[in-house]
Design a binder for this molecule. Structure first.
Ligand SMILES: Cc1ncc(C[n+]2csc(CCOP(=O)(O)OP(=O)(O)O)c2C)c(N)n1
Ligand SMILES: [Mg+2]
Length: 582
């Protein structure tokens, strides 16, 4: 047995059955050990290591298990970084395994001589360089246990010569007892203390206009959230990563919050007197009530996150589902229902706007049509992901979360390029579920090679590209937030349908509202990977749910300063605004 065999044995002991990665001369010892165990561990060979890290992150998010990625020394490891930061920022347990060059020439300006443990210092919660074959066993156990416990990135780097060394008891130091660790993982009680539950109940029972903000940490607490919403007459507002906490057809939710959210959610946040935050560190605190305006109870599994975004009266540290269950019997029915009813009326009006936008027959086709038509066709078992840009709004605002679905994206890192690898990881984890990715043309082309990965593994993912030939989000930000004309946002139009066919996938183009539904039906029924190129109007703004006077002024300034498309943008904006009012 060599050191790599021990490394792979530890992965198997921890139940790892999938690894995303790409080989190289700095990791070939581990590759050989994986080859020997290919009946136990499925290796998904990617085209870019950044994708492997995104996939490990998404795999962890969707399965609840640790995600594992692998890269070679130097450039391979460096490529992982963006995906690993995604895992760090969204709290996904990920193990990254990398190679290093030969032990006795490290630090001597050699080829691929990058000391990856130094590079990964900031991204990792656990970060070790393997020093000898007898160092592997316990290091791997601790790495995996730490990633799970601290919901972050563990990194183990192993020099190429060490990878292939026999494990001999003579190498073992006098302090290292063989097999002193194992793959047992113990979970803490995860429940708050009794006194805190009583105090939290007192705050919530005293509230009248109560709001619930439910994030990624509450994804497994759907029933409990709905029960508490009914009891407290409290609308549930959902940050992006909490999109699937409760289904959008529930009368208790006002959907998303913030730039990509709904106007009713914003009104709930502006008018509530009590806020219950469950499993969320939603970062845009300007969309939360102003400190002092409302009383807050926060539930989080991590005590460090209490009072992070809003000053709480009581913090409940525990698993959100277990904690809500403990809290429910202590709560009284809130007889004031008007707050919830107003939110429900607000949602009826909001949904009318969504429908009007989603059925607008204008040409060029509005991006909203894509989300609206696609949403009607998603299955109850669908896993839906998005990228970063206006495409995120298409998904966030126009696509409903149905009960049983999973939804995610790169949340806190908000990086482009994550969408395609997220979808691949989802389909690898759940081969029989419907997997859909809504991605911008900019984000898609960043890691375009992964379409080949989808074809290689026959993954029937439906990649929906919002083709506006521009970095849409940035174009509007330059105008609406900065008051500047757009600059360097254009993208050379490419034919994604031909691209799909050239690599063995299917391609379908949708460019008019009238036939969009039928084309989606056709594409979704196809058995393999499909690129659905949706050609949309680049001049349609995906604006915040409520435009501030300052934003309107900035927009006017940008047009006045010489925005190249100013006349057509002004006409489109005027048309859209009128539609929203009538
Ligand atoms: C890696 C990375 N680079 C840059 C950005 C900044 N950014 C956010 S959205 C966006 C535009 C995305 O363009 P595209 O993928 O075409 O989507 P669209 O907004 O047009 O829907 C950019 C450049 C980012 N979030 N991530
Ligand atoms: Mg674009």
């Amino acid at each position: 047995m060599d050191a790599s065999d021990v490394l792979v044995e530890r992965l198997i002991a921890w139940g790892v059955d999938t690894i995303f990665g790409l080989p190289g001369d700095g990791i070939n010892g581990v590759m050989e050990a994986l080859r020997k165990k290919q009946d136990k561990i499925n290796f998904i060979h990617v085209r870019h290591e950044e994708s492997a890290a995104f996939m490990a992150c998404a795999y962890a998010k969707f399965t609840g298990k640790i995600g594992v990625c692998l890269a070679t020394s130097g450039p391979g490891g460096i490529h992982l970084l963006n995906g690993l930061y995604d895992a760090k920022l969204d709290g996904a347990p990920v193990l990254a395994i990398t190679g290093m060059q030969f032990t006795d020439v490290t630090g001597s300006f050699g080829q691929q001589d990058v000391q990856l443990d130094k590079v990964f210092i900031d991204v990792a919660v656990y970060n070790e360089r393997i020093m000898s074959p007898t160092h592997v066993e316990s290091t791997m156990d601790l790495a995996i246990r730490t990633a799970i416990t601290r919901r972050g990135v563990a990194h183990v780097t192993i020099p190429i010569d060490t990878q292939m060394m026999e494990v001999k008891s003579s190498q073992r130091s006098e302090r290292n007892v063989a097999h002193h660790s194992n793959a047992v993982y113990a979970i803490a009680g995860n429940k708050p203390v009794e006194g805190d539950l009583q105090s939290a109940a007192a705050v919530l029972n005293a509230g009248k206009r109560i709001a619930i903000l439910a994030g990624a940490g509450a994804l497994h607490a759907t029933e409990e959230l709905l029960q508490i919403a009914e009891l407290l007459g409290a609308p549930i507002v959902k940050p992006l990563l909490g999109k699937a906490t409760v289904p959008d057809d529930s009368p208790y939710t006002t959907g998303g919050i913030g730039l990509l959210g709904t106007a009713p959610s914003q009104e709930v946040m502006e008018n509530c007197d009590t806020l219950l935050m469950v499993g969320t560190s939603y970062p845009y605190m300007e969309y939360l009530p102003k400190p002092g305006d409302c009383k807050c109870v926060q539930i989080d599994a991590n005590a460090q996150r209490i009072s992070l975004r809003y000053p709480t009266e009581v913090g409940l540290v525990g698993d959100s589902r277990k904690t809500l269950r403990e809290l429910l019997p202590l709560l009284r029915h809130n007889d004031y229902r008007k707050f919830l009813e107003q939110a429900q009326t607000g949602m009826k009006d909001w949904n009318k706007i969504i429908e009007a936008e989603g059925t607008d027959p204008a040409s060029p086709m509005k991006p909203q049509v894509v989300g609206y038509e696609l949403s009607k066709r998603t299955r109850e078992d669908a896993i839906i992901v998005s990228d970063s840009g206006t495409n995120t709004t298409v998904w966030a605002r126009y696509m409903h979360a149905k009960r049983g679905q999973k939804h995610s994206c790169s949340g806190n890192l908000a990086t482009m390029a994550g969408g395609m690898p997220y979808a691949i990881a989802a389909q690898v984890a759940y081969p029989d579920r419907q997997v859909i990715a809504v991605i911008g043309d900019g984000g898609f082309t960043m890691l375009m090679g992964e379409i080949i990965t989808a074809v290689t593994y026959k993954l029937p993912i439906k990649f929906v590209i919002i083709k506006n030939n521009t970095l849409g989000q940035i174009k509007w930000e330059q105008m609406v937030f900065e008051g500047n004309p757009e600059y360097q946002c254009d993208l050379l139009p490419i034919d994604f349908v031909s691209l799909a066919r050239s690599v063995g996938a299917e391609g379908i183009r949708i460019d008019e509202q009238k036939t969009a539904g039928a084309r989606f039906d056709e594409a979704l029924a196809m058995s393999g990977p499909v690129i659905i190129e949706c050609v949309v109007d680049p001049l349609t703004a995906m604006l915040p749910p409520k435009i501030t006077a300052k934003q309107a002024l900035k927009f006017t300034e940008a047009l006045a300063k010489g925005e190249p498309n100013r006349l057509r943008i002004a006409l489109t904006a005027a048309h859209d605004t009128v539609r929203q009012i009538v």
